[in-house]
Write a protein that binds this ligand. Sequence first.
Ligand SMILES: [Cu+2]
Length: 174
Amino acid sequence: MSAIRRSAAFLSGSLTLLALGCASASARPALPPVYVHMNGANEFLENVVVVRPGQPVVFVDEDTGPHTIVGYNPVNGKTSQRFNGAVQGTPGPGHPVHTYSISFTHPGLKYYYCSVHAELAMEPGGLTVPKKRPTVHGFGDPMDGLIIVTTDSRLLADNPPTSKQRILPHYFGG
Ligand SMILES: [Cu+2]
């Protein structure tokens, strides 16, 4: 191949890359949701997940009973008006599941709990944390979780594998 033909081929490749770059900038693909599942253990299965700003977190109720997803501020104990969802239960596999979806504009830590199965209490140090309601069945941990909103790719790579699946067949129940 002559030098001219080589540079022509190179130029053609560069133009293709340039065109692809423009296409991805003008029509950015939607970020896939990150799923958090609830089941009969009265826990959020993926209780820490990491998302980018704007990326949806979808809470999926695979339990027979209802749950809520309520954001709170551990510093002042206040609950969120916007991050405040409720989902109904499902009879089991083959039946539809109910979901609650939310996304966040800014990086930060988004704490939440289920007000059916946990309650907020102030610790001696002054921070507010969820505690398991005494009458609730479970393994002792309160039903709560944390969403980390960030652009840090190392943190984003740490999501549990189950957070990629909308339905986890083996987690129906209770
Ligand atoms: Cu709950």
